[in-house]
Design a protein around this ligand. Structure first.
Ligand SMILES: [Mn+2]
Length: 282
């Protein structure tokens, strides 16, 4: 069968020249964002955001980056519950938020266990957070407020230029708050609004989940959900190449099985940008 569900890009940015170029590119984007008042505009939205109930879940491995990320999942403004699962014993730094230990399933199987144990119903936003990303300052308040203001049903923060990202559309663009897209990725951080969560949870019991996001995209198109990549809060997913910790053959095979009898957005359409919002005057 044709593999029109693969991005065709492992997002490998490990080559030294490419890394240097991307690091310079980050500095240039920071300057463009400053000139366009991106952070200031995001803070204006954050300050006027209605109080939201936010559940952030994730599964972490030993030695993960999650303990640092947790500080940036805090909020003075919203009600935030953190619920994590450990593949090993609980990390002492995360013990207070760990609701399941010694998880042995795949990503989405484990997330279902964590969601069941989280006991935080009626959330406005579910954030699924991988354990290998770095979040920017003021992340939660800006990100949730922008998702709320732009009526997004499925969203993700953009990724830095040096991030390992399989889909180009998820890389940050300068001088933008939010881009409306047709596609939101399964990681490294995915946000589900109330409407989408009601239909997409619990997750299908998948180990890798490749192709799941293309299926979500097809459902989103049918239901006229709004999808977006939040450029104002870029995250760094720079620690390892996508798929490097598992066999990509198995992930491909799982995707082929999963998508065989389900609608999905062809990978070639995943890069579409429907609109770029540089300000909030809508
Ligand atoms: Mn990762």
């Amino acid at each position: 069968m044709s593999e029109d569900y693969l991005s065709g890009d492992a997002g490998d940015v490990t080559h030294p020249w490419r890394r240097a170029k991307r690091a310079l590119g980050e500095l240039a984007f920071e300057a463009l964002d400053r000139a366009a008042l991106v952070a200031r505009r995001a803070d204006v939205v954050a300050r006027s955001s209605p109080r939201q109930r936010v559940l952030a879940v994730g599964v972490y491995r030993p030695g993960s980056l999650l303990p640092q990320a947790v500080n940036r999942l805090g909020s003075a403004h919203h009600e935030v519950r953190l619920a994590f699962g450990a593949t090993d014993a609980a990390d002492p730094a995360l013990a207070a938020h760990t609701v399941a230990q010694h998880l042995e399933g795949g990503k989405f199987e484990n997330l279902n266990r964590v969601l069941a144990a989280a006991a935080f119903p009626d959330f406005d936003w579910l954030l699924v957070v991988d354990d290998d990303l770095r979040l920017p300052a003021h992340f939660l308040d800006r990100f949730v407020a922008l998702c709320q203001r732009f009526d997004l049903d499925l969203a993700q923060p953009a990724q830095s230029q040096r991030s390992h990202s399989a889909w180009r559309v998820t890389r940050r663009r300068p001088a933008s708050l939010v881009r409306e897209t047709r596609f939101v990725e399964i990681g490294p951080l995915t946000a589900f609004g109330r409407r989408a969560a009601a239909e997409l949870l619990p997750f299908p019991e998948l180990r890798f989940g490749w192709g799941l996001d293309l299926h979500w995209a097809a459902l989103a198109a049918e239901r006229r959900w709004r999808l977006g990549v939040v450029d104002a809060t870029p995250v760094r997913h720079e620690a390892a190449t996508v798929g490097s910790s598992y066999r990509t053959d198995d992930a491909r095979a799982e995707a082929a099985r999963f998508l065989a009898d389900r609608p999905y957005l062809p990978a070639a359409r995943a890069g579409d940008v429907v609109a770029t919002h540089r300000r909030v005057d809508r």
